[in-house]
Write a protein that binds this ligand. Structure first.
Ligand code: KIV
Ligand code: ZN
Length: 517
């Protein structure tokens, strides 16, 4: 029987903490449900003590997920461990993950402790977490730069205290594969009680080694890999889930292990994470980049036509990438739209068919043919919209020439009331439209990020605009999708403003509760 490697996904914790603007609870839940369908064994979904928002999202996800274990992070501090338990206790199965740094640099400069004190804190933290659950993971942060004697000592103490998984993070992506593999081999050979715990690895990609390090660790006895979808995460990111999973599958004869991942879900979850997290995937990214299965040169195309194995080590279908099928047009009915969504693996719980069909008809009127990737993009946008948007874009026209400043006319509805204005000037039509929207809403907003991507191919592609705006010291993400990029830009700003209005509403409710109103 082959050994199983546990896939511990940390997209919603280590991945999410690196985003420009945090995800909403609704977006996090969508991703968690997709990770569950993907078959991750454990999903780490937040750091509950860090904010009320994080606590609530961990709790919501814990309530909904049934087929993966839900984990939350805590420092080796009582209040963190208690908060993690409070958020997780509604879950079918959960894990508390507690960590403390072990490298001399972190222990002295950051924690201002001695290593002996750190070991004591680790032991106390694991014991406290064990009062709440039998499934406790301990991580010695910056293990990649910790002397091996100290790693072995703290790991042994954590296992004695009750840790069932011991994680050896290369927090700053410093190690090379042979070196990291050797650390894992030493932990396996030198820690006397290691048979009572699973060895886990957690690698960052600062030198581009995260995948190689994680796989070398598996060859040296690690049986859990911590990773994120598309490799998102702090700085250069974490180990990419899709890369380690596909390497283990395609080179099974070398590893002699397998995972529980349903690889056919990889493409879908990768697209969803990229979209909701506003993190584009580089085209040549292994496994999930748009060029990963594209063959350009004549020699390669000729080889592919003769025998696919000449230039393909895995088929696109293995990761759930399907070929374009029948076109959808304005004459297609709801059943056709539903059928295409089902072929892409979406159930009706994933999206609102009425809303999607309306958006589809509008697009089909403008574009003629609608492709699967258009439908998927519309469904993702719908996941990001709130249910009760106060602000709606009603009408928009913008005009610009080389000689004269751009002009725009915008009509909005705010709580059902129509407001309109014109604006002149700015750096072009998008700027003129933004000036008009901000004049109408009167909000003080600073644009900190604007990104335009084509969804689909050719001149007919939909234009997606992602923005991040700052308002009262907080960041809000907005996304808009349309065939016209000035309209996508306007929709993105309206989306971000609705998020600001929702945040104001939450703050008002909290204020009223606090004053007992
Ligand atoms: O990179 C790291 O060390 C971490 C730990 C909290 C596991 O993310
Ligand atoms: Zn990390």
């Amino acid at each position: 029987m082959t050994d199983r490697v546990i896939i511990f996904d940390t997209t919603l914790r280590d991945g999410e903490q690196a985003l420009k603007a945090s995800l909403t609870v609704k977006e996090k839940l969508q991703i968690a449900l997709a990770l569950e369908r993907l078959g991750v064994d454990v999903m780490e979904v937040g750091f509950p003590v860090s904010s009320q928002g994080d606590f609530e999202s961990v709790q919501t996800i814990a309530r909904h997920i049934k087929n993966s274990r839900v984990a939350a992070l805590s420092r080796a501090v009582d209040k963190d461990i208690d908060a993690a338990y409070e958020a997780l206790k509604v879950a079918e199965a959960f894990r508390i993950h507690t960590f403390i740094a072990s490298s001399a640099l972190h222990v002295e400069a950051k924690l201002k402790r001695t290593f002996d004190e750190v070991v004591e804190m680790a032991v106390a933290a694991v014991k406290r977490a064990r009062n709440y659950t039998d499934d406790v993971e301990f991580s010695c942060e910056d293990a990649g730069r910790t002397g091996i004697d100290n790693i072995c000592r703290i790991v042994e103490a954590a296992i004695n205290a009750g840790a069932t998984t011991v994680n050896i993070p290369d927090t700053v992506g410093y190690c090379l594969p042979t070196e990291y593999g050797n650390i894992i081999a030493q932990v396996r050979n030198r820690v006397p009680n290691i048979d009572k715990a699973v060895i886990s690895v957690h690698c960052h990609n600062d030198l581009g080694m995260a995948t190689a390090n994680s796989l070398t660790a598996v060859q040296n006895g690690a049986r859990q890999i911590e990773c994120t979808i598309n490799g998102i995460g702090e700085r250069a990111g974490n180990t990419a889930l899709e890369e380690v999973v596909m390497a283990i599958k395609i080179r099974q004869e070398l590893f002699g292990v397998d995972t529980r991942i349903n690889t056919q879900e990889i493409h879908r979850v990768s697209q969803m994470v990229s979209q909701l997290c506003n993190m584009p995937i580089q085209p040549n990214k292994a496994i999930v980049g748009s060029n990963a299965f594209a063959h350009s040169s004549g020699i390669h195309q000729d080889g592919m036509l003769k025998n696919k194995n000449t230039y393909e080590i895995m088929s696109p279908e293995t990761i759930g990438l399907k070929k374009e099928k029948l076109n959808l047009t304005a004459r297609s009915g709801r059943a056709a739209v539903k059928g295409h969504m089902a072929d892409m693996g979406y159930t009706e719980q994933d999206y609102d068919l009425d809303k999607l069909y309306d958006a589809f008809l509008k697009l089909a009127d403008k574009k003629g043919q609608v492709f699967d990737y258009d439908l998927e993009a519309l469904a993702f946008i719908d996941m990001q919209q709130g249910d009760e948007d106060r602000l709606v874009l009603d009408k928009l026209s913008a005009h610009s020439t080389k000689e004269y400043p751009a002009t725009a006319f915008v009509q909005l509805q705010l709580d059902g009331e129509k407001l309109s204005t014109s604006s002149i000037g700015g750096n072009g039509p998008v700027d003129a439209v933004y000036n008009a929207i901000l004049t109408l809403t009167g909000l003080d907003i600073k644009m900190s990020h604007y990104h335009l991507t084509a969804k689909g191919e050719g001149a007919e592609a939909l234009g997606q605009v992602d923005i991040v705006v700052e308002h009262e010291g907080r960041k809000f993400h907005g996304v808009g999708l349309a065939t016209d990029i000035v309209e996508s830009s306007a929709l993105a700003l309206v989306h971000a403003i609705n998020a600001i209005y929702r945040a104001h509403k939450v703050a008002d409710i909290k204020h009223h509760k606090a004053v007992g109103a």
